[in-house]
Design a protein around this ligand. Structure first.
Ligand code: 8IG
Length: 276
């Protein structure tokens, strides 16, 4: 018999798998409906700790359609958190599947589709990235204003024409600015990875209008918009893009920058989520 949750089977409807996963999470967490979802990227691991009371922690590998976390510093745990100020429920996805893992774009966006099927109307996408602006040193959070998707793929299949004007909600960015008026905004450029860019590619990203370079987020944001979610994107600059500074790039630097920025980005997430 075919497995109806096999995202690799082209006859499987990925939205069916998302509904199955959402039903599993409702049952496992005891929370029938989640209002907001967060995806924690590199450097953001501890940033959801101030959101509220953790109601349940579920290993993502138990949830239909999810795969194991592949990146050091990413947690494979899905958490259900009750936000004290509002009584709303947040679904915190501690890891993501990246396109460079080669498991297919359906897996990349499965968490986002599951969040939508779980009832979420707001999605906060976070990531660690390289920065082009010399003023944004490692540890600087930056709001994503728009993106350039250089992966040459889409999470949408068939003739699914979705408007991406204002993909990164101006309303949610305004809330984030209220919380932290010093936050900058930038255009996030997704490269396929897993290698970092050459200096020439970082310069190209700048010529194209980019401010941030990374390996995630744009496909998830597209799937989120298609699913009707309002999207906030926040990048943590963990390193200068290649060639912007003298030092070569290292994943250890990424983890360090996340730790140093921890208090600021934790407070930012908690305050924003309280207000959405
Ligand atoms: I963290 O400099 C992190 N992720 N593409 N380039 C790309 N992805 C990244 C970078 C970077 N830093």
């Amino acid at each position: 018999m075919s497995d109806v949750t096999d995202l690799d089977d082209p006859t499987t409807d990925p939205f069916d798998v998302a509904r199955t996963a959402a039903a599993y999470l409702a049952e496992a967490t005891g929370v029938p409906r989640h209002d907001v979802a967060l995806v924690l990227g590199s450097g953001w691991g501890g940033a959801a700790d101030l959101l509220g009371e953790t109601v349940a922690e579920i290993p993502s590998t138990d949830v239909p359609g999810f795969s194991a976390a592949a990146v050091v510093g990413h947690s494979g745990i899905i958490r259900s958190v009750r936000i004290e100020a509002t009584g709303k429920h947040a679904l915190v996805l501690g890891s993501r599947t990246h396109l460079y893992e080669g498991r297919g774009v359906r897996r990349v966006v499965h968490g986002v589709r599951t969040a939508a099927a779980a009832g979420a109307t707001t999605l906060v996408l976070t990531n660690g990235c390289g920065g082009l602006n010399p003023q944004w040193g490692p540890g600087t959070p930056v709001l994503i204003r728009d993106h350039i998707n250089l992966t040459a793929t889409s999470p949408l299949e068939g003739a699914t024409f979705v408007d991406l004007t204002d993909l990164y909600s101006a309303r949610l960015r305004a809330i984030a600015h209220e919380v932290d008026p010093t936050l900058g905004e930038g255009v996030y450029v997704q490269f396929p990875g897993p290698h970092y860019e050459t200096p020439a590619e970082v310069r190209m990203a700048g010529v194209l209008g980019g401010d941030l370079v990374g390996m995630s987020t744009t496909l998830e944001a597209i799937a989120a918009r298609h699913a009707g979610l309002e999207v906030l994107g926040v990048s943590l600059v963990t390193n200068f893009g290649a060639g912007i500074s003298e030092t070569p790039l290292a994943h250890a630097e990424v983890l360090e920058a996340g730790q140093a920025a921890g208090p600021r980005i934790s407070a930012l997430l908690a305050e924003v989520v309280k207000r959405v």
